[in-house]
Design a binder for this molecule. Structure first.
Ligand code: GTP
Ligand code: MG
Length: 482
């Protein structure tokens, strides 16, 4: 474990300088509270994205693909070969509750005639659109785009069911040619309207192919940006726009349930007390976008820290870019945007340190995954205590659980009995150690579908979302102090 690790900047220099200027006259100890009360309101600010298009184009299937749900999963959008979606229905990823995806009924059926579709669907309620089409660009797609353009709202043009289109194209070259043609076909009509939105060619059934990943990555980035703009714009209207603009903006936000009344009041009060208005908020949100979170994966030598890092970033150990135990560069993955995973093995080397020294070592990270390899030596408990004293968060993981279970395979038990027993036993031990962690994730890093790996990923995404705001606030405070 190298304490002199080079930690790259967490915010781009120009953005960092702007935010430093913003807080130039503030006392450092006031910064976290100020930033966190603002960002907590921003965290609750919702953005509404409508997924629209002709009936049967594949809108509901696309939503399921974006949310990584199978059509049969509970909570998935119903899909079907006949007209299926009969009313606008909202879907969310539980880890990203501020992004609301609206599955709209299809345009151009007897129930939803093209002429009245946009009025019936009330396009004014949405902040962004995904116009979904399959097979051919049709007049209805262009009608939708005209309406969106009139409202000056951003949109993606998404051609789906690409797997069907390419079914008969056997050679790579004919596939590339066909994809090229399809893209040109979409862009031709958009260019005629002097529009240049992102165009994606995807399949909701074969999500690992074509441009689904590109769509998800672009969407994650764009949505943060757009939410930040909408939030600053709303503040501008309610604080500086005169009462008519303020009234309209507030009614819209309340009608769409983007913020609660108390949140709006909190923003107004904050402005009165501190002069923190739209311009300043926009500087803060710009700095927050792409703020890098540093996650330390801590384990003893040979405990499987590198394999865990690789599994988290979705690489196999032998793949190019995969972590090796000696690496002191962080690993990054599109699945966890703006998160740097540090592979820190060899923690036994710091076990003789005092609590103070240990905290010094750990303080540069924002979040920790602590690998438990030997309960007897209880090193993980000391690390967890140090992290708790730093008032930071962590997850506890027992790796190589498959090997552990193999050693017990002579016991005749049900397959789930041993892991269930271990989980219960570990929770008890954690309680006895008076740690805030209640759960131990049992995993095999070489098989991401087995044991608690999915649970670990869900908990990690959720925790990182929560930690981001306070990590950012304290980073700004600390950099002002140094
Ligand atoms: N092969 C293939 N089939 C797809 C794809 N996306 C959707 N489908 C199929 O197309 C049919 C319609 O899909 P839906 O997602 O229900 O379409 P929709 O636009 O939501 O339909 P409505 O709600 O009725 O307007 C279903 O049978 C889907 O399985 C895809 O990417 N590839
Ligand atoms: Mg549907």
């Amino acid at each position: 474990m190298d304490s002199r690790l080079y930690m790259p900047a967490k915010i781009q220099e120009d953005r960092f300088n702007k935010i430093k200027d913003l807080f130039a006259s503030e006392r450092p100890e006031e910064i976290p509270h100020r930033l966190m009360s603002l960002l907590e309101v921003f965290d609750r600010f919702k953005i509404d994205i409508a997924v629209t298009g002709e009936s049967g184009a594949g809108k509901s299937s696309l939503i399921n693909a974006i949310l990584r749900l199978n059509p049969d999963d509970t909570g998935a959008a119903p899909t079907g070969a006949v007209e299926t979606t009969k009313q606008a229905t909202m879907y969310q990823n539980p880890n990203l509750p501020h992004i609301r995806l609206w599955d709209l009924p299809g345009m151009g059926t007897p129930s939803f005639a093209s002429k009245s579709y946009v009025t019936t669907m009330n396009f004014d309620l949405y902040d962004m659109f995904m116009v979904v089409m399959s097979e051919r660009v049709r007049e209805n797609n262009m009608l939708l785009i005209d309406e969106i353009k009139q409202r000056k709202k951003p949109f993606y043009f998404i051609r789906t069911k690409i797997d069907n289109d390419l079914r008969r194209k056997k050679s790579k070259i004919s596939q590339i040619r066909a994809l090229d043609q399809m893209r040109q076909d979409c862009e031709k009509y958009l260019k005629e309207k002097k529009l240049d939105p992102h165009v994606f060619l995807v399949s909701s059934h074969e999500t690992e192919k074509y441009e689904m990943q590109n769509l998800m990555d672009t969407f994650k980035d764009d949505v943060f940006q757009l939410r930040a703009e909408l939030f600053s714009d709303f503040l501008d209207k309610i604080l500086h726009g005169g009462w008519i603009k303020a009234w309209y903006a507030t009614s819209h936000i309340q009608q769409t349930g983007k913020l609660e009344t108390e949140d709006i009041k909190a923003l107004q009060d904050m402005y009165k007390r501190t002069g923190f208005g739209a311009a300043k908020v926009s500087v803060v949100l710009e700095a927050l976008s792409h703020f890098q979170l540093d996650v330390a994966v801590l384990g003893e030598t040979g405990s499987g820290a590198s394999s865990l890092v690789n599994a988290l970033i979705g690489l196999k150990n032998e793949e190019c870019g995969a972590a090796s135990a000696s690496v002191s560069n962080p690993a990054m993955s599109l699945g966890y945007p703006d998160v740097r995973f540090w592979d820190i093995s060899g923690i036994e080397g710091v076990m003789d340190y005092s609590m103070y020294e240990m905290k010094q070592h750990l303080n540069c990270y924002d979040f920790y995954i602590i690998i438990v390899s030997d309960w007897q030596k209880a090193r993980h408990l000391k690390l967890a205590k140090a992290v708790e004293e730093l008032r930071k968060h962590y997850l506890l993981v027992q790796t190589k659980i498959d090997c552990h279970l193999q050693t017990q395979s002579d016991l005749c038990c049900d397959e789930t009995e041993i892991p269930d027993g271990l989980r219960a036993q570990y929770s008890q031990k954690l309680q006895m150690a008076k740690l805030s962690a209640q759960q131990m994730f049992l995993i095999n890093s070489l098989d991401r579908c087995a044991f608690d790996f999915v649970g670990l990923e869900t908990a990690l995404s959720c925790d990182l979302n929560t930690v981001r705001t306070s990590a950012f606030a304290y980073y700004i405070k600390n950099s002002k102090e140094t």
